[in-house]
Design a binder for this molecule. Sequence first.
Ligand SMILES: *[C@@H]1O[C@H](CO)[C@@H](O)[C@H](O)[C@H]1NC(C)=O
Ligand SMILES: *[C@@H]1O[C@H](CO)[C@@H](O)[C@H](O)[C@H]1NC(C)=O
Ligand SMILES: *[C@@H]1O[C@H](CO)[C@@H](O)[C@H](O)[C@H]1NC(C)=O
Length: 473
Amino acid sequence: MATLAAFSSFFFFFFLVTFASADTGKVGINYGRVANNLPSPEKVVELLKSQGIGRVKTYDTDSAVLAALANSDISVVVAFPNEELSKAAADQSFTDNWVQANISKYYPATKIEAVAVGNEVFADPKNTTPFLVPAMKNVYNSLVKYKLDSNVKVSSPIALGALQNSYPPSSGSFKSDLIEPALKPMLEFLRKTSSYLMVNAYPFFAYSANADKISLDYALFRDNPGQVDSGNGLKYSNLFDAQLDAVFAAMSAISYNDVKVVVTETGWPSMGDENEAGAGAANAAAYNGNLVRRVLSGSGTPLRPKDPLNVYLFALFNENQKQGPTSERNYGLFYPNEQTVYDSPFVSTSGNSSSTPAANKSKTQVPVSGGGGGDVSPSAAGQTWCVANANAGEKKLQAAIDYACGEGGADCRPIQEGATCYDPNTLEAHASYAFNSYYQKQVRKAGSCDFGGAAYVVTQAPKYGKCQFPTGY
Ligand SMILES: *[C@@H]1O[C@H](CO)[C@@H](O)[C@H](O)[C@H]1NC(C)=O
Ligand SMILES: *[C@@H]1O[C@H](CO)[C@@H](O)[C@H](O)[C@H]1NC(C)=O
Ligand SMILES: *[C@@H]1O[C@H](CO)[C@@H](O)[C@H](O)[C@H]1NC(C)=O
């Protein structure tokens, strides 16, 4: 079975790679940086290139990031922060300065294609909604001033929380209190400026909250009987299409069905708390892999079959400083040390038909993503381990080992000379052993695998030589 699947997926990927350059859908990735252990922007650009990822979305206009992306040919969506919406709405000179310092300075060497003005603003607890459209207009006017408006679009990502109804998709509608003050003016602006609506859509949330009612196969784009929309008879084979069509129906209901949509965030966490049904590496691999295939197939949704999908996955890295449930810190395709959390969905989109489709994903040797082949095999019992982040640097790792093996109470005897885990005799291997011992002794409690960013949690047993990493003491 596994061999057959790997075999056929090889040809499937080969097919995609060969034809992906036609005007099919587009896939990019969100480069979130709410973490203290990520690689430098230069290394990240190398990683994006090695994966054939040609589109990224950031959450700010960080100068190191924008400079690193210069001349990379990677297109970039940047963000204008929610915190400054009121200033932007009130003052054209504020956005003039912002565009000059944060866009004009980098464009065109850095291929900025859009500014996301605010993020999920309707859900912002600081109630910045009234400032949104005026801020978008001022950013746009500033782009006009710098003659960037025909190349740099202005939009703003909305969450599915903007919907009043989403089921069945044909009954999709926006929350009535958002329509007149925000959505109509925003869609009018997007139409006039030939821009598009940005939508963040997470089938994971819908599934997780209704796991007894929604089939996991339907949420993960796997074979399933599908669902017929009782309103118009259209058939849905996956939850993602159904969510998007609920947005299209809502736009249609207020007469904006000509405005295009880009999905600026979607993803599935590789780990979650006990009450977060569906979180896990195998499901995340299935969701992202199948989504990428879905997008590259070039077809649209049942309501807009001719509009190819345009999607940004969330996210590039696991982000250790995100607040909230465990899932929030585990949406990444990559660990901070650039190893894959599971089979990367991007290998197939690299445009390089000579690249190996499914066997070699990790940049280095620690096989965090299973033994190869197309299947991800997370530990059956949902076990986790703690390993060192080699990017943390020698000094930080050594200090953390000293702590773990000293007052931290980790069992470091196995990494002493002559003992079972002495080989390989590297700082990373020894630190991983010590960190894992500490983490397991702390019963894997939150925060016990961090060491100031020098460590992170993995879902596969670490492999360093013949050393066995315990999962309990
Ligand atoms: C550039 O963008 C950052 C982040 O939004 C902001 O703090 C800074 O003030 C901007 N520069 C100018 C000149 O507006
Ligand atoms: C394709 O991959 C091979 C092997 O990894 C590499 O040598 C070659 O430069 C790549 N070609 C392109 C166009 O990226
Ligand atoms: C894949 O991994 C194997 C074993 O680690 C290695 O020998 C081989 O060169 C790798 N292939 C590529 C294309 O990186």
